[in-house]
Design a protein around this ligand. Structure first.
Ligand code: GLC
Length: 402
């Protein structure tokens, strides 16, 4: 490593460590000890499921005990059947205003009745150890298969856009229309699904829509591999790969309308067993396209030539996430594919551009893909993943820790 790269890595590590420390929270709720990283103080005071998985991965470089504590806190919220919600309200109950659009069945609920992408076993394997040795982790992932693999082909379905972690992404607009997240009628979707107990089979029986999401299944696939279970990559390719377009598409039910291309169409690049020819098409025909994904700070959350691509993150006073800016977890997942497939120069370029933006702007929620300007909240924990891009040992070829 050159001296300047070394200095960059050290400065970024210091910034990341400082931010994680600042966001760390410990306490007790009804006799249960909790310890986790707030996604961002103020706006996000609770424990968010996939944020915690990413934070645990980042903590392993500074304090592995915190990685374990973070994931143990998710497990402490688990119900006996393995269910863990999308947001866990350890510190205080959900506010009345948020109750309107949060997926809870009552205001004093410990957590939402919806989920986020099942990344726990994957995070555990990177940051803690062998997830097969902990029956609670196994039970949690079995919940997903039992409750969300609706067709028995190994792929999971979601009942609302926010279950994918990409709340207002335009990939969901044609499916949920005016009831999509970030659209004015989203609370109606939440109220309807609340009435159905946020039970996906009940939502399907009521006519849907429900969605087989590429990103959800990629994290599910990574967790399955970490658990030593058969890979779902062949099922993902069979169902969601669009051979003509050379990218992956969600499938919706009962109808699956055409949808804008977002970074999620490329995220199977993170799967270590993705067929190489598919990976190369994702990289060469899409990711490296300077007009669409290979912007100065890639990858934008939506291909820049899509009419829905936008850097405005508010409309009519509503926050609209994932409609253009670059998020660091996405950069990491796509970078894994570049490393694995031997696109060394491009992987290094991505790492340099992302880390320069994060170093200059601090850990922000997302970044302007043209200028690198920080956007959204400050001190956003999962942007700590920028550090992963400077460490090639965490590229897609890494074996989970044993
Ligand atoms: C936003 C993001 C979601 C994240 C949450 C907390 O809702 O879209 O992915 O988990 O904020 O950071």
């Amino acid at each position: 490593m050159t001296t300047s790269a070394d200095t960059r890595e050290r400065s970024l590590a210091a910034l990341v460590h400082e931010t994680l420390e600042r966001n760390w929270r410990e306490g007790e709720r009804r006799g249960v000890h909790y310890a986790y990283t707030e996604p961002s103080p103020g706006r996000y005071p609770w424990q968010w499921y996939w944020d915690s998985c990413f934070a645990a991965i980042a903590w392993r470089r500074f304090d592995p005990l915190r990685s374990r504590a973070e994931l143990e806190t998710l497990l402490a919220a688990a119900e006996p059947d393995g269910f863990i919600g999308h947001t866990i309200f350890w510190r205080r109950p959900v506010t009345l205003r948020r109750y309107l659009f949060y997926n809870v069945t009552s205001r004093d609920a410990l957590m939402t009745r919806t989920v986020q992408p099942p990344a726990l076993a994957f995070a555990w394997s990177l940051a803690v150890g062998d997830p097969r040795e902990d029956p609670r982790v196994v039970r949690h992932h079995e919940w997903f298969t039992r409750e969300r693999d609706l067709d028995g082909d190994g792929l999971l379905w979601v009942l609302q856009p926010d279950e994918t972690g990409m709340d207002a992404s335009p990939q969901f607009d044609p499916v949920w229309g005016r009831r999509a997240q970030g659209a004015p009628l989203f609370p109606l979707l939440v109220w309807r699904n609340r009435r159905l107990g946020f039970d996906i089979r009940a939502v399907r029986d009521a006519g849907g829509p429900i969605l087989c999401s590429v990103l959800t299944n990629v994290l599910h696939g990574l967790s399955r591999l970490a658990l030593g279970r058969p890979s779902i990559t062949p099922a993902l390719v069979a169902r969601l790969w669009d051979e003509r377009a050379g990218l992956f598409r969600n499938e919706a039910w009962p109808v699956s309308p055409a949808a804008p291309v977002t970074w999620a169409a490329l995220c199977p690049l993170a799967l270590p067993d993705l067929p190489e020819a598919i990976g190369r098409r994702l990289v060469e025909e899409h990711l490296l396209d300077r007009e669409r994904f290979w912007l100065p700070v890639p990858p934008p959350s939506v291909a820049a030539d899509e009419p829905s691509f936008s850097l405005r993150d508010r409309q009519f006073g509503l926050r609209r996430y994932w409609r253009g800016p670059t998020w660091i977890n996405s950069a990491w997942l796509l970078w894994m594919g570049l490393v694995r497939l031997g696109y060394d120069e491009q992987a290094a370029e991505l790492a340099a551009r992302v880390s320069a933006a994060v170093l200059r702007e601090g850990l922000r929620e997302y970044y302007d893909p043209y200028t690198g300007a920080g956007m959204g909240v400050k001190d956003f924990a999962w942007s700590a993943l920028a550090l992963e891009l400077l460490d090639e040992s965490t590229g897609g070829s890494e074996q989970p820790r044993r």
